[in-house]
Design a protein around this ligand. Structure first.
Ligand SMILES: [Mg+2]
Ligand SMILES: [Zn+2]
Length: 208
């Protein structure tokens, strides 16, 4: 018998789960944002799969190998587990059309806002995409939510999020949620799914 599909929250990595240090290549420099572990714990207990989806063009640019990306993800998972949280799977795009490393220098179908990484997740997990969310700090993250026909894209104001928010006021992605950080994103998602513990008194969350 097939598993009943569950909704997922797709999470950008840099600027969303961890500070964006720019082409992060050193696992020892991974730090969680303050609310990251709690956000993931809340979403998991509400039944969501949790997937990280991250563009890592540093591989194509020759800044670091894929093994470094994997090492960063192992470190991130370790830090999460110390706080009782975890990601179900990490997906990354190592490509970039103008990259220097030949085998990665291509217009792939997985670089956000393209949907390849979401499709990879769908091949491995029974995901109810229409009830799923994408949380991130850049326009490409919100565009991915739209391209994959998810329930909603949610912009966090961490990382590049403040700059992105300014560009969001007009345009087709203006219906995206805008919140302070990943923890508020989790609370917004829970509120939209009937979780009574979240109230609008939480003034730092901006409900669209
Ligand atoms: Mg980001
Ligand atoms: Zn790719």
């Amino acid at each position: 018998m097939a598993l009943k599909p569950r909704p997922a929250v797709f999470l950008d990595r840099d600027g969303t789960l961890i500070p964006d240090l720019g082409y992060l290549s050193d696992p020892t420099k991974v730090r969680l944002y303050k609310g990251t572990a709690e956000a993931l714990r809340l979403l998991r207990s509400a039944g969501f799969y949790l997937f990280a989806v991250t563009n890592q063009s540093g591989v194509a640019r020759g800044y670091f190998p894929e093994s470094t990306v994997k090492a960063v993800h192992r470190r991130l998972q370790t830090l999460l587990k110390l706080k009782g949280a975890r990601i179900d799977a990490f997906f990354y795009c190592p490509h970039y059309p103008e990259g220097k490393v030949q085998r990665y220098a291509m217009a792939c179908d997985c670089r956000k806002p393209k949907t390849g990484m979401v499709k990879q997740a769908l091949r491995k997990y029974a995901v109810d995409l229409r009830k799923s969310y994408m949380v991130g700090d850049k326009m490409d993250d919100l565009q991915l939510a739209h391209n994959a026909r998810m329930a909603q894209g949610i912009l966090v104001r961490t990382g590049n999020g403040k700059m992105t928010a300014k560009r969001l006021k007009t345009g087709p992605l203006a219906k995206s949620g805008v919140v302070l950080d990943v923890l508020q994103a989790a609370r917004l998602i829970l509120a939209q799914n009937g979780n009574p513990s979240w109230t609008t008194e939480d003034s730092k969350t901006i409900v669209p």
